[in-house]
Design a protein around this ligand. Structure first.
Ligand code: ATP
Ligand code: MG
Length: 651
């Protein structure tokens, strides 16, 4: 039967369950579900008081705050009246506590060059670079645009901004000149930081050339600092462009962290745009810093002897929160890798895990699906025995990809944390706690303490167990976005207008009988088949459970009889496209989740269109499946040729 508006049907059956290994629990920060539940209940009873206690314990305050939360819906202020500094919390705090010799970054360049930076060295570099910024006229509140390869200098640039109260806007160094200019103009950036070039899959990306083109259209950018990464011959414009190393050579190491208001903007970050025009998500200092520190410690169960590797680039929120601000606030040792996972060979990641004895590994489902496609032998060649915990972020993980990760990478020893969160949420909102939560493949399990999710229908009422609906967050949290840069109306409209009083995440989810959450995909991606509203991920997961399917995307296309028909795009592993396989896949989905969700169209393709952060762009596939001539905004698409190929495959 059709559901009231906003609700979804579920067709997925996933019953496997993996309790945390006893040895892991014994040593963990949070050791049992009872302990988790107590903490969650305490937080839910009075979230503001819960976070206030944490904030006093976890952050350094130049001046203590007076009010935990000032909530003027939809505008939140956390830790009002206090002053702190994210760069201080990430660096000075550890050095002051005598831990300056601890390693902050273990950096590996794509060509195999490597560098190690201790906390004390990192602090020194950040101080110097903060002075460089000041010498170029950067003041509190100015926006600094960063377009750099994943080098320690990228993190140094971010932390230097944080130190003096400038606002960084990191743009992934794979975006076009047009995309940089759009973001620079929207943010009114004053300074650009870049590198001569970067390495990607053995090629040299001409970053400075791209920036030159972007700066011609970036009306507010006055100066540009250029890191010499590759030693490329580039154009340097007199009076505008400066070499990083020349400015640093003259800079003083003395630059105390400025006491900044809790609500001072720390950064803006444009979302990847898998759903439309990029928006500048604004995060502020104290609440964000606290949230990423605590969630890092809870979810990754971080210990002093750990080596943490989050494979995300700092161009995405994952890099902001779990490469830079979260781990460094916690005093962690972080691996940074500049290059691609398949260069110079498809085992590169596992080689790095072995080399640095990585203990915690955090990556995206898109990477995991690629590893599966490339074959188990790459991981099998390397000693992965240092690993004790695995994580995923960015998209839902199909249960079969989860099982592969568990078996081939985790060797059935490592818990997996499937972390649900968004650029907007600042940090992880739902995730297993690895020493406490029994995991179910494909579920992000439970909300973290202080996070209160509710699944509602379009009337705002909570839906029943096993019914899909809109995922909302019912109480403000410290890491939440404070707005969209320069566009309060869009902020209200996007997140706060459809369900009064609650943050609308834009994803669908359901809760099972154990109170576990299952993300069902984006609200805009729901399929409407014969009066049933189906989620993309359930159909895709059914496909990925077939041994020959590497990756799948399900979309709806208009159908006179059913409302919408189910079209799926599939990439294969270990098989070639054929009519026989096509009907086998249709049958497979029918067996797995029922006739209702059975695909009407199966299209084989070599690659799916993805955002530059690796997420499938279903919006574009929907246009292709419906035979639309022109497709929507494609500026964030990773590989334009994929679209062209999909179109020609269509003919
Ligand atoms: P845009 O908002 O511009 O379309 P985006 O949503 O891809 O871009 P992010 O903020 O990086 O940008 O991604 C957050 C989204 O990613 C979530 O809303 C959700 O759709 C998806 N996501 C992230 N983690 C998970 C997860 N563990 N399970 C399922 N989906 C996830
Ligand atoms: Mg989003």
């Amino acid at each position: 039967m059709a559901q009231p508006t906003g609700q979804l049907d579920t067709v997925m059956h996933e019953n496997r369950i993996f309790p945390p290994p006893a040895e892991f629990s014994r040593r963990a920060r949070i050791k049992s579900m009872d302990e988790y539940q107590r903490l969650w209940d305490e937080a839910a009873a009075d979230p503001a008081a819960f976070w206030a206690t944490m904030a006093r314990e976890e952050l350094h305050w130049f001046q203590p705050f007076s009010t935990a939360l000032a909530w003027n819906e939809p505008f939140a202020k956390w830790f009002v009246g206090g002053t702190t500094n994210a760069s201080y919390n990430c660096l000075d705090k550890h050095v002051a506590e005598g831990r300056g010799d601890r390693i902050a970054f273990l950096w590996e360049g794509e060509p195999g060059d490597a560098r190690t930076l201790t906390y004390a060295e990192l602090l020194k570099q950040v101080c110097k670079f903060a002075n460089v910024l000041k010498s170029l006229g950067v003041e509190r509140g100015d926006v600094v645009s960063i377009y750099m390869p994943l080098t320690p200098e990228l993190a140094i640039a971010m932390l230097a901004c944080a130190r003096i109260g400038a606002v960084h806007s990191v743009i992934f160094a794979g975006f076009s000149a047009e995309a940089i200019a759009d973001r620079n103009n929207d943010a009114k950036a004053k300074i650009q930081i870049t590198a001569d070039a970067g390495y990607r899959r053995g090629q040299v990306l001409p970053l400075k050339n791209t920036v030159d083109e972007a700066l011609a259209k970036s009306l507010t950018v006055e100066k540009c600092i250029v890191l010499d990464r590759v030693n490329e011959a580039i154009h340097m414009e007199r009076g505008r462009d400066f070499w990083w190393h020349e400015l640093m050579a003259q800079a003083s190491e003395d630059c105390p962290a400025e006491p900044l208001d809790s609500e001072n903007t720390l950064f803006i970050l444009y979302t990847s745009g898998s759903t439309g025009k990029p928006k500048g998500i604004r995060h502020t200092t104290a609440g964000y810093n606290l949230f990423v520190k605590k969630t890092f410690e809870w979810v990754f169960d971080y210990r002093d002897e750990d080596v943490f590797w989050c494979t995300a680039d700092c161009g995405w929120v994952t890099g902001h929160s779990y490469v830079v601000y979260g781990p460094l606030s916690a005093g962690a040792t972080v691996v940074l890798y500049e290059g691609a996972p398949n260069y110079p060979h498809e085992g590169r990641f596992w080689e790095i895990v072995e080399k640095y004895k990585v203990t915690i590994f955090y990556t995206a489902p898109t990477a995991i699906r690629a590893f599966m496609k490339w074959g188990d032998e790459h991981a099998e060649k390397h000693d992965l025995s240092s690993l004790r915990l695995l994580g995923t972020v960015g998209e839902g993980i199909n249960p079969e990809a989860w099982m592969w990760y568990h078996r081939v990478i985790g060797r059935e020893r490592c818990p997996i944390v499937d972390t649900w969160w968004q650029t907007e949420t600042g940090g992880i909102m739902m995730s297993p706690l690895p020493g406490a939560t029994p995991t179910k493949p494909g579920s992000c399990t439970k909300p973290l303490p202080g996070v209160i999710p509710q699944i509602v229908d379009s009337q705002g009422g909570e839906v029943d167990v096993h019914h899909g609906g809109w995922l909302t967050i019912a109480h403000p949290w410290p890491g939440m976005l404070r707005g969209i840069w320069g566009d309060d109306e869009r902020y209200k409209e996007t997140y706060w207008s459809k369900v009064p009083g609650k943050y609308l995440a834009g994803d669908n989810a359901r809760r099972d009988e154990d109170g576990y959450y299952w993300i069902m995909g984006r609200i805009d991606d729901v399929l409407n088949v014969s009066g049933h509203r189906l989620s993309t991920i359930e159909i895709e997961s059914a496909l990925v459970s077939h041994p020959h399917v590497a990756e799948a995307a399900a979309v709806g296309r208009p159908d006179e009889l059913k409302g919408e028909a189910v079209a799926v795009f599939v990439t294969l592993r270990g098989a070639r496209p054929s009519e026989a396989l096509r009907s086998e896949l249709v049958k497979h989905v029918r067996n797995q989740i029922g006739a209702l969700a059975q695909p009407d169209d199966v299209r084989f393709t070599n690659a799916l269109p993805k955002t530059r952060s690796g997420k499938i762009m279903r919006r574009l596939l929907k246009d292709i499946a419906s035979g639309k001539e022109t497709v929507g905004d494609t500026t964030t698409l990773e590989d334009y040729s994929v679209l062209a190929r999909l179109r020609s495959e269509d003919e």
